[in-house]
Design a protein around this ligand. Structure first.
Ligand SMILES: Cc1ncc(C[n+]2csc(CCOP(=O)(O)OP(=O)(O)O)c2C)c(N)n1
Ligand code: SF4
Ligand SMILES: [Mg+2]
Length: 273
């Protein structure tokens, strides 16, 4: 086993429950590297929602919570408020975050509470067998949209920024080094940080939406369909058509963070009593 796996994986939880070639393993790897780089093993708490992606924290030997579907952000917020010194990271599926948990997501961002939300965007409800998600592309065929999805998908990054998140980034599982670096930056950021990770789900989205079950081919598609936000600056509208922007998309260090501001107010009030 790789030394970082030896150091951080909970051996009794292995083997991983994910399908072969699933992108969740890459996100697990990028997270472990970020935690190791920042040397925060004893300060971090990981919170997972329900779904294949919600299992990422289960495998990492640090303080973890595996909570109700759609409720990872409220649990994480409560944890942060009870122990503001904690670095709290949420792992949430695109269904978990933008479907059932959508309201918690926008209010967490609005408060600018200091948690990092990693949203695993596989375009589908993976764990429950391939139902349509709020991120499924228009016209995409799933088990519950057999004639093609009649809806328009959410842009999770645009929604996070509009709701008040102060660090917003998007990467793919085809960019593991960049993803790990951005996870470390997001953990360091004081405020609500949101990272969307476009990922391959060979068993459901790959097979059902694209007719492609080969993980390597799906990774090639992720590379081909994305462009770095900096490289995009020099491209024409025609060159950018159909491309999804990746990279660090938004950063604001000025806005007040919720937990520290709350405790500052409380201690001021206490001092004036
Ligand atoms: C309250 C509640 N409703 C529905 C479910 C069933 N359920 C479990 S996981 C899931 C969707 C998972 O999709 P997503 O969040 O995109 O995660 P993925 O498996 O794709 O990583 C659903 C609907 C549940 N566990 N709890
Ligand atoms: S169903 Fe998709 S997301 Fe879930 S473990 Fe399998 S490949 Fe991964
Ligand atoms: Mg999903």
């Amino acid at each position: 086993m790789h030394p970082l796996g030896e150091k951080y994986l909970r051996k009794f939880t292995l083997p991983l429950l994910w399908c072969p070639g699933c992108g969740n393993g890459t996100i697990l790897n990028a997270t472990i590297r970020a935690i190791d780089q920042l040397d925060i093993r004893d300060k971090v708490a990981l919170v997972g929602g329900i779904g294949c992606s919600g299992w990422i924290p289960v495998y990492i030997d640090v303080d973890t919570l595996h909570v109700l579907h759609g409720r990872a952000i409220p649990f994480a917020s409560g944890l942060k408020m009870s122990d503001p010194s904690r670095k709290v990271i949420v792992f949430t599926g695109d269904g978990d975050c933008l479907g059932i948990g959508g309201n918690h997501f926008i209010h967490g961002a609005r408060r600018n509470i200091d948690i990092t939300v990693i949203m695993v965007h596989n375009q589908i409800y993976g764990m429950t067998g391939g139902q349509v998600a709020p991120t499924t592309p228009s016209h995409g065929k799933t088990k519950t949209s057999p004639y093609g999805n009649p809806e328009i998908p959410f842009d999770g990054c645009a929604l996070a920024k509009a709701a008040g998140a102060t660090f917003v980034a998007r990467w793919t599982t085809a960019h593991p080094r960049q993803l790990s670096k951005t996870i470390a930056e997001a953990i360091d950021h004081e405020g609500f940080s949101f990272i969307e990770v476009l990922t391959q789900c060979p068993t459901q989205a790959g097979r059902v939406i694209y007719g492609v079950a080969d993980p390597a081919q799906l990774l090639d598609m992720l590379k081909a369909n994305t462009i770095n936000v900096n490289a995009a600056k020099n491209k024409s509208i025609e060159e950018l058509t159909g491309k999804i922007l990746i990279g660090n998309l938004y950063h604001d260090d000025e806005r007040l963070e919720f937990a520290s501001n709350y405790y500052k107010k409380i201690s001021k009030l206490a001092a004036s009593c």
